[in-house]
Design a protein around this ligand. Structure first.
Ligand code: ADP
Ligand code: MN
Ligand code: MN
Ligand code: MN
Length: 330
């Protein structure tokens, strides 16, 4: 006997959220197709409420341990076609179309820890000292929630998820982890499970992680999901990096509307962002929409960083769009 935690993405608007429930399975059973009540997740009406859960990726469950597993599922209609809220199936299709380009993604997931209504570590009255020393900081006056962040890192590694680093962010209580590089579907699957583990581990501390792109109004950094991208040819030559950046510029508006709710509030042109109304790319430029890292410009090969996606973006949508836009152009 073992426990399988079935995890899926719901129909909440404007930003989807995660749901999960547990199935007990026999030793020799692999996780079968299952279903849930879609009328409770904004995915169906009450009179035709069954939505199908189709397992697409699984890994050890580091929270329960033993032989327990996490089972990431896509949602299907009862006729086995993709549910309207299933963004993964289109991502798979696009990846299959362009897999000969060998697209890779590394996603930087920023998030903010909240205790009650305030970011973790913030005074109950007023504000902490202004931003400056918190990014990659050390010390109890600058860093809040490191025990949670370390637990999360350990859990992701134990689950076999491709987490590639963590750091404290510019606003106190704000953190980042990176996933990848992996193909578009795997990067997104792993990111959604890393997010689930973050929320789940937060429960044990009474702390909630939010992907709100602008969790505190005013002169405080927002939270993004910088998306680093390369194809085989970009990893070998500079030309296609420039061509990719140019192609992204031509489809700027289409990308912006698909990069997460509330993006206008975050991409203001301040706080290391380029205004959502503008598109520019540049070497080392953290005020650009697309940054080409200095090492890439020096080596004349590598990858580009799309700095526009919000922390609350759907990685299936973002990686699908970037793969399509760039691979069609190079
Ligand atoms: P930043 O300097 O923007 O904070 P990070 O170190 O946080 O950068 O993140 C860089 C990300 O880029 C990592 O997730 C890494 O896996 C990813 N990355 C590195 N090389 C490539 C590549 N060739 N293609 C795609 N992603 C890559
Ligand atoms: Mn980073
Ligand atoms: Mn960051
Ligand atoms: Mn970055």
């Amino acid at each position: 006997m073992y426990k399988a935690e079935y995890i899926w993405i719901d129909g909440s608007t404007p930003t989807r959220f995660l749901r999960s429930k547990t199935k007990i399975l026999g030793e020799s059973e692999s996780p079968p197709i299952w279903s849930f009540d879609g009328s409770s997740t904004n995915q169906a009406s009450g009179n035709s409420s069954d939505v199908v859960l189709n397992p697409v990726f699984q890994c050890p469950d580091p929270v329960r341990g033993g032989s327990s597993v996490l089972v990431l599922c896509e949602t299907l209609n009862t006729d086995m076609t993709p549910h309207p809220t299933n963004t993964r199936s289109a991502c798979v299709e696009t990846y299959e179309r362009f897999s000969h380009h060998e697209p890779w993604f590394g996603i930087e997931q920023e998030y903010t820890l909240f205790e009650g209504a305030r970011p973790l570590g913030w005074p109950s009255n007023g504000f902490p000292a202004p931003q400056g020393g918190y990014y990659c900081g050390v010390g109890a006056n600058e860093v809040f929630g490191r025990d949670i962040v370390e637990d999360h890192l350990e859990a992701c590694l134990a689950a076999g998820l491709e987490i590639s680093g963590i750091n404290a962010e510019v606003m106190p209580g704000q953190w980042e982890f990176q996933v990848g590089p992996l193909n578009p579907v795997a990067a997104s699957d792993h990111l959604w499970l890393c997010r689930w583990l973050l929320y789940r581990i937060g429960e044990d501390y009474g702390v909630h992680a939010t992907l709100d792109p602008k969790p505190v109004k005013g002169d405080w950094n927002g939270a993004g999901a910088h998306t680093n991208f390369s194809t085989k040819s970009m990893r070998e030559a500079y030309d296609d990096i420039i061509k990719g950046a140019e192609a992204l510029g031509k489809k700027h508006d289409e990308h912006i509307v698909n990069y997460g709710a509330g993006i206008e509030e975050r991409l203001t042109g301040l706080h290391e962002t380029c205004s959502y109304k503008e598109f520019k790319y540049g070497v080392s430029d953290r005020g650009a929409s697309i940054r080409i890292p200095w090492q890439v410009a020096k080596d004349k090969k590598g990858y580009l960083e799309d700095r526009r996606p919000n922390a609350n973006c759907d990685p299936y949508v973002v990686t699908k769009l970037i793969t399509q836009t760039v691979c069609e152009a190079i």
